[in-house]
Design a protein around this ligand. Structure first.
Ligand code: ATP
Length: 675
């Protein structure tokens, strides 16, 4: 049975780079920044204003006008947009950190549109008569490169033609003489010899034609080159291998030179996603290219004849837009990162935006934009738009927010549109969106369903009756699906000098720490000295490990149930982090967890009170489960434990509660300390 990447906690952590920012000082002209910022503000056309009515009132997305420029299409990333505008004016580098599908490459493309229209250049490579292995590099204004190469080619053709005519005349002369003098055999041999000698000794006119390495169109926007995942050759340029190398059949070195992404991006934008996946050599070379603004091209394979060639430095004055996630920053070459920090900006991409009328309008405009960009699917009616907004709320996983994982939302829009198109509908409706939702499910979501099915089949997940020491916890798989995660606890007399808590299930660091904290609560709660016992906690079916601390309430309930020998209701599932004083703390992925519980047949789901507003579940699931928000471990136990008699229950909970209160009586709640 599989369960991939079960993550117990998806609460977004504080990013190391603060969300709002980090314009690192642009070294040369701090004053320019402000001036340009003012320019920028006036430059941005707010296309929402182009739409006369609030977009939430439109009958369908076809009534909405979508801005032409990419930068105006970007929604929810106001800070990143502002930084891009500034960086484009000043040609600064940018590092964007954030999850996939939030608009990083879109912003990089937008930057190419924004770059000042300074003169583009073509780059030519000429043969070097003094050192054939060091081809000469020249730049000419945009569009000129083609002309120059064309002129050289014509000249070469002319010379070849004259030479060929001369050879033919000579051969005909010899053959004529041979015929007249009756020495035909001599004539044929002589003609063949001359032909071959001329052919062999022929100076290669074509070989003198320069190669157009980088070609640009005058007045076009600056180039945008995506160097993501490029190998060294594609990124830094390469010189092709020549199997002949000598004897007149060789291809001249300059003709074998190939431009790299850094050269093609000259005067434009070089975008590299997941920058940390580039080899250290490529990152180091990238740094040199950034520093020097030029980079010679050499053969990348040591065993190739191309490695003997090294051109003069080739210009590569590009703006670098690097992207990645937080791990990516850590894997980045420190000097490269420092270069970007020193000469540019770092931006953290937002994952959600506030669910305000203005942002809803932006989201609706995004729907129109996706339909327009697709070009094949029909527009969406009012109800379909509402359904998509609801889904954006659900996927945000955060109260009062809309998701900004817009590539995924775009995918849903396209599937819904395709369904409408297949039916021949002129407009996509809410039904198409709902159908698309069940069709366009992530792999994790499908695996989660399969996991739930199988664990029910094999009684790994039990959803009825009551059992001692066994609790249905909840977890998230990947980023958008939940799963039921049963936890079992058993208490045995200690085998060693002192009792210990032994947890199994491939727990990662935070999960392990949370188990340790739970033991403090158990001690205060049950009043039993756990020094005499070994507490075994088992996470069932977690073959790919457990992350986070959102199983804390589940673990505490399982252990208390095992120590006190009180059964736990199996039609209840729970999720929540726990403070060492027994307060239930918020967790991530609450919506997905509740939906997974509903799918498994659970009747009641206990969640932290503070997560209640984050719950945006589909109606069909809402009908299947009761959601119980709680603030303390006592409330959890009240809903989860089964007592034979109600009085027993009240007495026990009271007893536990007062013991916990007593334990902390002389310890006032911690106050914030000012430092
Ligand atoms: N903030 C946004 N505003 C408008 N559209 C967006 C936004 N973010 C993403 N999109 C839509 O999603 C598509 C994919 O986004 P993009 O490729 O820019 O994401 P990304 O962050 O670069 O992802 P990855 O890191 O996986 O490449 C865009 O072409 C656009 O249609």
């Amino acid at each position: 049975m599989t369960d991939s990447n079960i993550s117990q906690d998806t609460i977004p952590e504080d990013p190391v780079i603060a969300p709002d920012t980090v314009p690192t000082a642009a070294p040369d002209s701090p004053e320019g920044l402000d001036t340009d910022a003012e320019k920028t503000e006036s430059a941005g056309s707010d296309s929402l204003e182009e739409n006369p009515v609030p977009l939430s009132e439109v009958a369908n997305s076809g009534e909405i006008s979508v801005p032409e420029s990419l930068i105006d299409q970007v929604i929810g990333q106001e800070h990143a947009v502002e930084v891009m505008r500034k960086a484009a004016i000043q040609r600064r580098h940018v590092l964007m950190i954030g999850i996939p599908g939030t608009g990083k490459s879109m912003l990089a493309k937008a930057m190419a549109e924004l770059l000042p229209k300074e003169e583009m250049q073509d780059i030519l490579i000429y043969p070097n008569s003094e050192d054939p292995n060091e081809p000469v590099v020249r730049t000419v204004p945009s569009g000129k490169g083609k002309e120059i190469v064309g002129a050289h080619k014509q000249e070469a053709m002319k010379r070849t033609k004259t030479r060929s005519t001369l050879i033919l005349l000579l051969i005909f002369g010899i053959m004529g003489y041979a015929l007249i003098s009756g020495q035909l055999l001599f004539g044929i041999i002589a003609a063949a010899f001359i032909f071959m000698a001329m052919q062999y000794s022929r100076p290669k006119e074509e070989a003198m034609v320069p190669k157009l390495l980088v070609s640009t169109k005058p007045d076009s926007i600056a180039p945008f080159i995506d160097g993501t995942g490029s190998h060294a050759g594609a990124l830094l340029g390469d010189v092709r291998h020549d199997p002949f190398q000598s004897g007149g059949l060789e291809t001249p070195a300059h003709d074998r030179v190939e431009a790299g992404g850094i050269h093609k991006a000259h005067k434009g934008v070089l975008f590299i996603d997941e920058i940390n996946t580039l080899t250290p050599h490529s990152q180091q070379s990238l740094l040199t290219a950034l520093q020097e603004g030029e980079f010679p091209i050499t053969g990348q394979s040591e065993r190739s004849s191309g490695a003997m060639v090294r051109t003069e430095p080739v210009p590569c004055r590009f703006v670098m837009v690097a992207a990645g996630n937080m791990d990516g920053v850590q894997g980045m070459h420190p000097a490269l990162r420092s270069r970007i920090r020193g000469y540019g900006y770092e931006v953290y991409m937002q994952e959600t935006m506030l669910d305000t009328p203005e942002n809803r309008d932006k989201f609706i405009r995004f729907i129109a934009q996706e339909v327009k960009n697709d070009g094949k699917i029909p527009h969406f009616d009012h109800e379909a738009i509402e359904e998509l907004l609801l889904e954006a709320r659900r996927r945000s996983n955060r109260k009062g927010h809309l998701t900004l994982k817009l590539r995924d939302m775009g995918g849903l829009i396209r599937v819904a549109g395709d369904l409408a198109r297949q039916e021949g509908a002129e407009i996509a409706t809410a039904k198409h969106v709902l159908d698309a939702k069940s069709m366009a499910r992530s792999i994790e979501d499908q695996v989660s369903d399969e996991y739930i099915r199988r664990s029910l089949e094999y009684d790994l997940t039990v959803v009825e009756g009551a059992l001692v020491g066994r609790v249905n916890g909840l977890a998230v798989m990947g980023s958008d699906s939940g799963s039921v995660l049963p936890i079992m606890a058993e208490v045995t007399p200690t085998q060693g000098a002192t009792g210990q808590v032994i947890a199994t299930g491939l727990l990662k660091e935070i999960a392990q720490e949370s188990i340790k904290n739970v033991s403090a609560i158990i001690k205060n709660f049950t009043g039993k000295d756990i020094r005499n016992m070994d507490v075994h906690v088992q996470f069932l079916g977690t073959y790919n490990g457990v992350e986070g601390d959102s199983a804390s309430v589940t673990v505490a309930t399982a252990i208390i149930s095992a120590i006190e020998n009180i059964p736990v209701r199996q039609d209840v599932a729970m999720t929540g982090s726990l403070s060492v004083r027994g307060n239930v703390l918020p967790i991530g992925g609450v919506t997905y967890k509740i939906e997974a519980a509903a799918k498994a047949g659970i009747k009641k789901v206990i969640i932290p009170q503070s997560n209640l507003d984050d719950v945006v579940i589909e109606e069909r699931y809402a009908k299947m489960v009761e959601i119980v928000p709680v603030t303390t471990i006592e409330e959890v136990l009240e809903h989860a434990l089964v007592f034979e008699r109600k009085e027993d229950f009240i007495a026990k909970i009271k007893e536990m509660s007062s013991r916990r209160a007593k334990a902390f009586a002389d310890k006032p709640a911690p106050k914030p300390v000012s430092v």
